[in-house]
Design a protein around this ligand. Structure first.
Ligand code: GLP
Length: 260
């Protein structure tokens, strides 16, 4: 695992955008795993900016979102389908039919979950998966005690996550209890994981994910099992890392040819 500590959120976003630009330049039909929440917003802004300046095209890219709420009507502003449309997909040249989001409205949700897994496989798997992390350590919507081998399925949100996400709704009571999320086993199959965390509110979950034991009590700790995981954090999110100086020195001394 590589931990990169940057001065601010813009520097973090730039590094993640660099990794995506490099990937898409060398593999125009790359498969991106996209995340929602506020953490990756800077990355999407930067990718949109680079697209508008002609540096990067997503015309042959396929994207898979991590998760979606169950029970919100299609088109609801808080659905992750709308989120990704608003912040990324609707602002670049990606083919809308290549943007896949778990179906939170399916009558047969279980069948929809296995179809989603099937679609990821059919696309050749995810090349680069962007991830945020919840204050309780969740990845996607894999709450604590999620199986580290889990696949796309229905989960129940903790009250902490519902409260954390209430800012996207009129009222906390409007936040669904149920969601569809890629499993941790699904996420771990992506070829490169890029986990982004910004701000002091993430310091504890980042320390547990990076330096704590691998445990389903902190789903983010599953990234330790991945052969190519990059953790991009600002100083505030890095505040509880015991080996912060080591990560800084390692990154500062990295050969120029070696990318994240
Ligand atoms: C939601 C999403 C996660 C995200 C988390 C953290 O629960 N399902 O994918 O990582 O929020 O969000 P934020 O980046 O806004 O703190």
């Amino acid at each position: 695992m590589e931990v990169v500590i940057q001065g601010d959120a813009d520097a973090v976003a730039n590094l993640a955008a660099d990794a995506i630009e490099r990937l898409v330049s060398s593999r125009p039909n790359a498969v991106l795993g996209l995340a929602t929440g506020s953490s990756p917003l800077g990355v999407y802004d930067e990718l949109v900016r680079r697209h508008r300046s002609g540096t990067i095209s997503f015309s042959r890219v396929t994207a898979f979102l991590l998760d979606e709420y169950i029970g919100l009507p299609a088109g609801h502003a808080a659905t992750y389908r709308e989120f990704i449309e608003r912040h990324f997909a609707g602002l670049v040249d990606i083919d809308p039919t290549n943007v896949h989001v778990p179906d939170g409205t399916a009558v047969d949700v279980e069948a929809a979950c296995s179809q989603y897994e099937q679609k990821i496989r059919a696309a050749g798997g995810v090349d680069l998966q962007l991830l945020g992390i919840g204050a309780d350590g969740h990845l996607g919507f894999n709450e604590p005690t999620s199986s580290l081998a889990s696949r796309t399925r229905v989960k129940t949100l903790t009250e902490q996550t519902r409260t954390d996400n209430a800012r996207f709704f009129d009222d906390v009571d409007d936040v669904p209890h149920h969601v569809v999320t890629q499993g941790i086993g699904t996420i771990l199959e992506a070829r490169h994981l890029v986990l982004i965390a910004i701000g002091a509110g993430k310091a504890e979950s980042i320390a547990r994910a990076v330096e704590g034991p691998v445990t389903s009590m902190c789903p983010g700790s599953a990234i330790q099992l991945h052969p190519h995981a990059t953790v991009l954090v600002d100083e505030a999110a890095a505040a509880r890392l015991t080996l912060a100086d080591y990560y800084r020195a390692t990154y500062a001394g990295k050969p120029a040819w070696q990318t994240i």
